[in-house]
Design a protein around this ligand. Structure first.
Ligand code: ATP
Ligand code: MG
Length: 331
């Protein structure tokens, strides 16, 4: 059975893009993988987080993941900072990765914007820590959304350079599992920007704890153009908002974009948005309800993470310890 690793930042409540691009696939992949799921709180602080909010969001995300079907009996769920092996290997990878490689990372450019020099050094070396998250377990399968593809290519470059520099075959290569549909859900306010839980506008995203009214309202107010929906996929060219909404509908209802357009093509956005709200509510409502129930049991959520961290540590500690020996750290 292949070992799988994937993470999510406790920077907010998981949004629909996280669900379609990552969490839904995590749950499906549990059937035939040994899974390690991580709330990457060390990544979260690459941009400032209010400590109380970070704590609360870590628990809230744990609740959403359990409610979505993450099975902690068979698999591991924990928060990154509880296993120090991540930080130790992250530092080693800072010394393996080249500045030129990091300079090419588009996520840093997107997140830092024009004012690059005012951002934390952590945001810049974030991909090195992400490589360490995966390699600390020698995981070979990483299910992610489309935006993480470049970071996983870098992970492979780092693993390869480590092996080369120290004359070993210690770290494996990883495979990014990116879903064929829903790998890049876009903002409801701007079809050229990906949906993100840290976007300042809550209207830009559907959160996994939104109720039916909030979902209907956000979809009703979602940006569109004034043309009716096209009958064929080619008609979505240069219409990013329309493409996004149709893709969300198709992904959640298990249909193709072409099939959805056959049904709704020629119509205005009004009836389509109503139908879209229905499929989104059907997917989210049970998860939101179960999340609400779990949030009333913070002790249980903490115990779940603590138990996950113990099990994660048992795997990562010997691997990172051996990597440290390989590079000449005296033990
Ligand atoms: P942040 O804004 O804080 O970066 P985020 O919404 O981008 O938050 P992450 O925690 O960075 O979420 O990513 C968690 C997982 O969700 C990753 O696998 C990422 O590829 C995936 N993901 C994030 N946004 C989307 C999206 N809009 N569509 C599909 N997948 C996504
Ligand atoms: Mg992100």
């Amino acid at each position: 059975m292949q070992r799988l690793f994937s993470g999510i930042q406790p920077t907010g409540i998981p949004q629909l893009g996280n669900y379609l691009g990552a969490i839904r696939n995590w749950v499906a992949l549990q059937r035939d993988h040994e899974c390690i799921f991580c709330l990457v709180d060390m990544h979260a602080i690459t941009t400032w987080q209010d400590p109380a909010v970070l704590r609360q969001q870590t628990l809230a995300q744990t609740a959403v993941l359990l409610a979505s079907g993450v099975d902690v009996q068979k698999h591991i769920l924990f928060n990154q900072s509880a296993v120090s092996a991540h930080a130790r290997l992250g530092w080693i990878f800072n010394c393996v990765a080249r500045i030129g490689w990091l300079n090419r990372m588009t996520q840093f450019k997107d997140k830092a914007g024009k004012d690059r020099e005012k951002h934390s050094a952590g945001l810049y070396v974030y991909p090195d820590l992400m490589a360490a998250d995966i390699m600390a377990y020698k995981a070979t399968v990483v299910p992610v959304g489309d935006d993480q593809k470049q970071h996983l290519e870098l992970t492979n470059d780092i693993a390869q350079k480590f092996n080369h520099d120290y004359g070993t075959e210690f770290f494996p290569q990883v495979e990014a599992l990116i879903p064929p549909q829903g790998a890049r859900v876009m903002s409801l306010r701007d079809g050229t920007k990906k949906m993100s839980k840290s976007d300042p506008s809550a209207q830009s995203r559907i959160e996994m704890t939104d109720n039916a009214d909030a979902i209907a309202n956000k979809i009703k107010r979602a940006k569109t153009d004034s043309e009716p929906l096209p009958s064929e996929e080619a008609g979505l060219e240069n219409r990013p908002e329309a493409r996004n909404l149709v893709t969300i509908y198709a992904t959640l209802s298990g249909r193709t974009v072409a099939d959805v357009l056959t049904q709704f093509g020629g119509q205005g956005f009004g009836p389509f948005k109503t139908a879209l709200s229905d499929v989104v509510v059907a997917a989210i409502d049970p998860i939101a309800t179960e999340t609400g129930r779990l949030l009333k049991e913070p002790g249980f959520l903490c115990d779940t993470l603590r138990d996950g961290a113990d099990r994660a540590r048992a795997i990562a500690e010997p691997i990172v310890s051996e990597a440290e020996s390989l590079i000449g750290f005296l033990k």
